[in-house]
Design a protein around this ligand. Structure first.
Ligand SMILES: O=C[C@H](O)COP(=O)(O)O
Length: 260
């Protein structure tokens, strides 16, 4: 069972993207709160949960989830903190309403909204500047060998974090595995997450950072990964709270240390 006695907590993040309506989001959050209140993986500290709902749900979802230790975060953040940026939401406001995380660089924002490395790096900087932990999505576009994917993904993380200090969550999301029937193979994930972990471990300025896997992740994957990632970044398969419960069931031992 994961994690072993010296492992930090397993970090489980959920992005709801734009799938749910407002009340649906809050009803889902209530069911996650019940899970978090009663599941030994959470109450023992072996697992830590965070949820990224859409912007309008952040405040009421925090009211439902934060009492049970579930952290909240935004799915996006403006590059600037304040000013004439219609439609944007800045880091200071996110911090003020209780966000702990801000997601940046998701493949959907790159593909659909034209965000490139410059914007993603600026959003990562904005999160860190506002004491929000960036959930920085990295990962190759096309399926290739694990070695190629690891080299590309480490280079991407290095590029995006160049000149930045602070704790981050690196969400390894091979783009070809997002929205797919199955996640990448455990071997592929272990190769890339291992390379990202090695890269982070050489950089004390990112101490406390975590590497999690996203892309069609669901029940059973944590067990198959056997500790090669620090956790999971869940999408569709978290829509049914029973799946979140099943993933928590894979995590049993108490954990002594903290991650991002
Ligand atoms: O943000 C989450 C990831 O993009 C994974 O989504 P998915 O599990 O629905 O593929």
């Amino acid at each position: 069972m994961m994690p072993g006695p010296t492992r930090p907590p397993v970090l489980l993040g959920v992005s709801l993207k734009m799938y749910f309506g407002h009340h649906e989001t809050l009803n889902w959050a209530r069911r996650i709160a019940v899970l978090a209140a009663g599941h030994p993986a959470v109450t023992s500290g072996a697992a830590r949960l965070f949820v990224l709902p859409s912007f309008p749900a952040l405040v009421p979802a925090a009211g439902i989830l934060a009492p049970y230790g579930v952290a909240l975060g935004a799915q996006d953040i403006a590059t600037e903190d304040t000013g004439p940026y219609t439609g944007e939401v800045g880091g200071p406001a996110l911090k003020e309403i209780g966000c702990h995380y801000a997601e940046v660089g998701h493949a959907e924002r790159r593909r659909l909204y034209g965000e490139g490395d410059t914007v993603v790096a600026a959003k990562t900087a904005a999160a860190l500047r506002n004491r929000l932990t960036p959930v920085l999505c990295v990962g190759e576009r096309d399926r290739g060998t694990p070695g190629e994917a690891a080299a590309r993904t480490v280079a991407e993380a290095a590029r995006l974090l160049d000149g930045l200090d602070g704790t981050v969550v690196l969400a390894y999301e091979p783009q070809w595995a997002i929205g797919a029937p199955e996640p990448a193979s455990a071997e592929h994930i272990a190769a890339v997450c291992g390379a990202l972990r090695t890269w982070l471990d050489d950089r004390p300025r990112h101490a406390g950072s975590a590497v999690i896997y996203g892309g069609s992740a669901g029940p059973g994957l944590l067990t198959r990964l056997a500790g090669s990632a620090d956790g999971l970044f869940l999408g569709r398969f978290a829509h049914d709270p029973a799946n979140v419960g099943a993933i928590l069931d894979e995590i049993r031992s108490p954990a002594p240390a903290a991650v991002a």
